[in-house]
Design a protein around this ligand. Structure first.
Ligand code: DC
Length: 227
């Protein structure tokens, strides 16, 4: 039986995570949050005081990447993420860990070390994979490829709302600067840069709410999966 794959790529704050989870629930597919893998790797290397030694300790760091002890547990409150059996669900969502992730994600050896782990998520009946290079490098065979984007300003506003809901005190100017810097790094890196696949369906969510984006996505995905 073929495993049906839906990819959602795009910059941070475009709403990918929320929509990927909604699509996975709607189609009863598995879910891969690939950004979480880079966040977990960044956090693990920081905890081992290796994040500033990537150049000199690369071999050891790549070994750690290939052996990462992580679990994604589905709970009533959502997905719980464990690193070395410790719940880091909240910690990996911070801006700080986002910056660690962006740093490790630019290193080709880490991307290679995480490749097979990502492909292993493709299990019957299907998978919704959320990231930056899901359609362009990890699952080029996907039946449905979505590229979800939004203006930097609207992404910054959404991020501020999310962080404030977590009880964090943040300034929009800082968040906007982070978003612009991270976009630049993600789009300009040599390996697997953020860009739409040639056959991707592109959605700009700047002026749309979640339900409107979800409707566009399911209309497209239904067509693709029926082919
Ligand atoms: O989607 P996110 O914000 O959790 O991603 C964290 C970082 O990891 C971000 O800088 C981009 C990078 N990333 C990547 O390079 N490739 C992916 N497939 C997913 C995330």
């Amino acid at each position: 039986m073929t495993v049906q794959i839906i990819t959602i790529d795009g910059p941070s704050g475009s709403g990918k995570g929320t929509l990927a989870a909604k699509l996975a629930e709607h189609y009863q597919f598995h879910l891969l949050d690939s950004g979480a893998l880079y966040r977990l790797l960044g956090l693990s290397l920081r905890n081992k005081q290796l994040l500033d030694q990537l150049d000199t300790q690369l071999e050891q760091c790549v070994h750690i990447a290939s052996q990462l002890n992580i679990q994604f547990l589905t709970t009533e409150q959502g997905i719980k993420v464990l690193l070395d059996n410790e719940d880091v669900s909240q910690e990996i969502r911070t801006e700080e860990v986002g910056a660690f992730a962006s740093k490790v994600a630019a290193v080709p050896e880490f991307r290679a070390a995480l490749l097979q782990r990502q492909r292993n998520f493709a299990q019957a009946p299907g998978l919704v994979a959320d990231g930056r290079d899901m359609a362009t490098s990890i699952f080029p065979e996907a039946q449905a490829k979505i590229y979800l984007t939004a203006s930097a300003q609207s992404r910054a506003e959404r991020r501020v709302n999310q962080l404030q809901a977590m009880g964090l005190d943040v300034k929009i100017s800082d968040i906007l600067a982070n978003i612009i810097a991270r976009d630049k790094r993600d789009m300009e890196r040599e390996v697997a840069p953020l860009k739409p696949a040639d056959d991707a369906y592109i959605i700009d969510s700047s002026e749309l709410n979640i339900d409107e984006v979800f409707k566009l996505m399911t209309t497209y995905v239904d067509q693709q999966l029926a082919k």
